[in-house]
Design a protein around this ligand. Structure first.
Ligand code: AMP
Ligand code: ZN
Length: 466
């Protein structure tokens, strides 16, 4: 299995430290607001990577942190005249609701910075003892010049960076690139006691501490959106590796941005849709399908047309599932050869190649076409056909990609499956009788969108799958 590693800038064979265990840390949300579908892309794609590792037989420990100490949190809490804790409590609950709506598998741990102050202090203390962090009157900085391989993740050169950093002059820093690991308390801000006085941790050190606490000093996969490569992940590496003397993470995975009109979707630009807003309008499976149809590293431009076309895709899948569930308990029928071995092989080959979910998804949609055709052509197939088809879709489209959810179907659904189509045909007949051609066409087109083609003959109207 190949995984693209940002650190080495190439696809590498995936070799976990302690198979079958895999440790995976994803930089989660700052809980000061509802998250948007750009964040959602990162969360869902990390969920899919985790699910595929499980499919491959790995035992994955998946940690996603919640950033609950941060400038943005303090600012918003002050605006609303509430404490930071009250604000983060509200948005933590909202986050949990939204990822459930997104059908993400819950993480094994959702650590929060406020619960890791001791671990954070311990790392800073180690860095200070090694002469890498320095205290200036209660503000502690990390001395970038002391970490030789600084820049190895982002490929940035410290000389170039210094030129940029000089613009922001800070008298307290020894070097313009040095960054805060502990910030002295200011009035109106939450603070914690520490050996350097009251203050709060810097953002980067929070993730170093939580990753080490829950997964160990060296982990298999550390992931996040592309915007985190620099400085967040670069700084996490510098702090962690300088403190432990060990490699912090083997594989660094980064997700491409979800864009709107070629611009990164972000809170600050105001060009965002919250996940809860979109998930109230469309099924989670449609948004997940939209995500998996692109490679996780590529940028993806979001639009209404795209989500609507993804929704049509999930409807095609759902229509097939209704037919399959209807046939699953059949007592007799004819046999039909379907080469499942090859289908599983194509699916795994795609996902083994740095999680090429777009290709894996096309294997599923090829199967949808093939299965529909078999059902239409052979009216009487045996139950084995239906069972194997369901098993294949459950293992791939449901368990790995999460683009269908068998829990959404019940037996009644399956049994009364086509009654709604027959009702639509009735409505169309009435429209034709009323010479309301516009409505008749609308009904025909709407059924076609859902994958059902109407055929008029002198015996009446019947339908077939597209
Ligand atoms: P934040 O709450 O801003 O810290 O972001 C949470 C996660 O979402 C991080 O891993 C970010 O890198 C990621 N992220 C933020 N914006 C986008 C976007 N437009 N597309 C994809 N991922 C994003
Ligand atoms: Zn992080």
């Amino acid at each position: 299995m190949l995984v693209y590693n940002t650190l080495t800038r190439k696809k590498e064979e995936f070799k976990p430290i302690n198979p079958p265990n895999v440790s995976m840390y994803v930089c989660g949300p700052t809980i000061y607001d509802y998250f948007h579908i750009g964040n959602g892309r990162t969360f869902v794609m990390s969920d899919i990577i985790r699910r595929y590792l499980i499919y491959k037989g790995y035992d994955v420990k998946f940690v996603m942190n919640l950033t609950d100490v941060d400038d943005k949190i303090i600012r918003k809490a002050n605006e609303e005249n509430i404490t930071s804790a009250e604000l983060t409590e509200r948005y933590e609950a909202a986050f949990m609701d939204d990822i459930k709506k997104f059908k993400m598998k819950p993480a094994d741990v959702y650590p929060k910075a406020t619960n890791h102050m001791q671990e954070i202090e311990n790392i800073i203390e180690k860095l200070e003892n090694k002469g890498i962090a320095y205290n200036v009157d209660g503000n502690v900085f990390y001395n970038v010049g002391k970490f030789e391989s600084y820049g190895k993740l982002s490929g940035k050169n410290t000389d170039d960076l210094e030129v940029g950093a000089r613009i922001e002059i800070n008298q307290e820093k020894q070097n313009p690139l040095d960054f805060s690991v502990w910030k002295k308390a200011k009035s109106g801000e939450p603070y914690w006691e520490s050996k350097w006085g009251d203050g709060r941790p810097g953002w980067h050190i929070e993730c170093s501490a939580m990753s080490m606490k829950h997964l160990g000093e060296t982990i298999d996969i550390h992931a996040g959106g592309n915007d985190l490569i620099f400085p967040h992940h670069e700084n996490e590496i510098a702090q962690s590796e300088a403190a432990t003397g060990k490699e912090f993470a083997h594989y660094w995975m980064h997700f491409g941005f979800l864009n709107i009109d070629k611009q990164k979707m972000s809170k600050s630009l105001g060009n965002f849709f919250t996940a809860r807003d979109i998930l109230n309008q469309y099924p989670a499976e449609a948004l997940r399908l939209l995500f998996v149809q692109s490679h996780y590293r590529s940028p993806l431009n979001f639009s209404r047309e795209l989500i609507e076309s993804a929704q049509k895709g999930t409807e095609k899948l759902n229509n097939l599932i209704r037919l399959l569930l209807k046939g699953i308990d059949k007592v007799d029928g004819s046999e039909v050869e379907v080469d499942y071995e090859n289908k599983y092989k194509l699916f795994t080959e795609a996902m083994d190649d740095d999680f090429n979910s777009a290709k894996a998804t096309s294997v599923i949609f090829d199967f949808v076409r093939e299965a529909n055709k078999l059902i239409v052509e052979n009216k009487n197939l045996n139950s084995e056909f239906y069972q194997k088809a369901v098993t294949f879709l459950r293992a791939t489209a449901e368990d790995v990609l999460g683009i269908i959810d068998f829990n959404e179907f019940n037996i009644d659904d399956a049994n009364t499956d086509d009654s709604w189509i027959l009702e639509e045909i009735e409505k169309r007949n009435k429209a034709k009788y009323d010479r309301n051609w516009k409505l008749a066409d609308e009904i025909r087109n709407s059924l076609a969108d859902k994958g059902f083609i109407l055929e008029d003959s002198k015996n009446g109207t019947s339908y077939k799958m597209k």
